[in-house]
Design a protein around this ligand. Structure first.
Ligand SMILES: Nc1nc2c(ncn2[C@@H]2O[C@H](COP(=O)(O)OP(=O)(O)OP(=O)(O)O)[C@@H](O)[C@H]2O)c(=O)[nH]1
Ligand SMILES: [Mg+2]
Length: 200
C-alpha cells in the first residue's frame, strides 16, 4: 500500500487537511494509528468532527508524532487503499522541547521512507523572508522534486493574505505541481483527489 506523507511547517494545516480529506473521501469515522518516536503504537477510533476538535489547534506543534490512517479512493470499479500519514511540523531551528525534536526527526524519517510527499504551506503567513531565503520549505521542495513524487498544497487561500501571497508561492515553487486549497472548507480537494488517484 502506498504511503502519502503530509509534511510542512507547524500550524500550516496538515492535520486539518488530513481529517477533512478523509471526510471528503466519504469517511464518517476514522481509525488513527499514533506512532511515537520510540515506536509505541496506539490506535484510536474517531468521528471526524471529534478528531478535528481534539487534534487540530491554532497553537503550534499540536501534532508531535506520526498519525496514520488508511483511506480508500475509488478507481474505476474498484477502490484502492492508501495510507495518509500526518506528521509533526518541521522548522529550521533546533527546538528547545525534546519531544518536539524527536517528533521532527520522526517526520524526516517518514519523509525518506514514504512513497509520496504532500507538502503543505500556509500561504497566509508566508513572509518575504520565507520566500527569499532558503528555509525548510525550500528543502522539502527540493527533496520532493528529486524524489519525483511530490505535491505542494498552498493552504489557507480563504484568508486575504493567502490570496495575496498565492502568486508569489506559485512563482517561487514553479517546478512543482501546486494546488491551492482551503483545508477548513475542503476547497481544491477534488483536484487533490484526482492527483492522488493518478499516483496511488
Ligand atoms: N483560515 C484557515 N485556517 C486554517 C486552514 N487550515 C487550517 N487552519 C487553521 O490553522 C490552525 C492549524 O491547523 P492544524 O491542522 O492543526 O495545523 P498543523 O499543520 O497540523 O499544525 P501542527 O500540528 O501544530 O504542526 C488551526 O487553527 C486550523 O483551524 C485554512 O484553510 N484556512
Ligand atoms: Mg497537526
Amino acid at each position: 500500500m502506498k504511503e502519502f506523507a503530509v509534511v510542512g511547517r507547524p500550524n500550516s494545516g496538515k492535520t486539518m487537511f488530513t481529517l477533512n480529506f478523509a471526510g471528503f473521501l466519504n469517511c464518517k469515522k476514522i481509525d488513527i494509528t499514533f506512532r511515537s518516536p520510540d515506536g509505541l503504537l496506539n490506535c484510536r477510533h474517531f468521528a471526524i468532527p471529534d478528531a478535528k476538535k481534539e487534534l487540530c489547534d491554532s497553537e503550534w506543534h499540536k501534532t508531535r508524532m506520526v498519525q496514520s490512517t488508511i483511506l480508500k479512493i475509488p478507481l474505476g470499479k474498484a477502490a484502492i487503499s492508501f495510507k495518509l500519514t500526518d506528521t509533526c511540523g518541521v522548522s529550521e531551528e533546533i527546538h528547545s522541547d525534546g519531544a518536539i525534536r524527536k517528533g521532527m526527526a520522526q517526520t524526516l524519517s517518514v519523509l525518506r521512507g514514504c512513497d509520496f510527499i504532500v507538502h503543505i504551506i500556509d500561504v497566509a503567513t508566508l513572509s518575504e523572508e520565507n520566500l527569499n531565503t532558503r528555509g525548510i520549505d525550500q528543502e522539502i521542495y527540493d527533496y520532493g522534486l528529486a524524489k519525483s513524487r511530490y505535491l505542494l498544497l498552498a493552504n489557507k487561500i480563504d484568508l486575504p493574505a493567502g490570496k495575496n501571497n498565492l502568486p508569489k508561492v506559485v512563482g517561487g515553487f514553479n517546478r512543482a505541481k501546486i494546488i491551492p486549497i482551503c483545508a477548513i472548507n475542503s476547497q481544491g480537494f477534488q483536484e487533490v483527489k484526482a492527483y492522488v488517484s493518478r499516483n496511488i
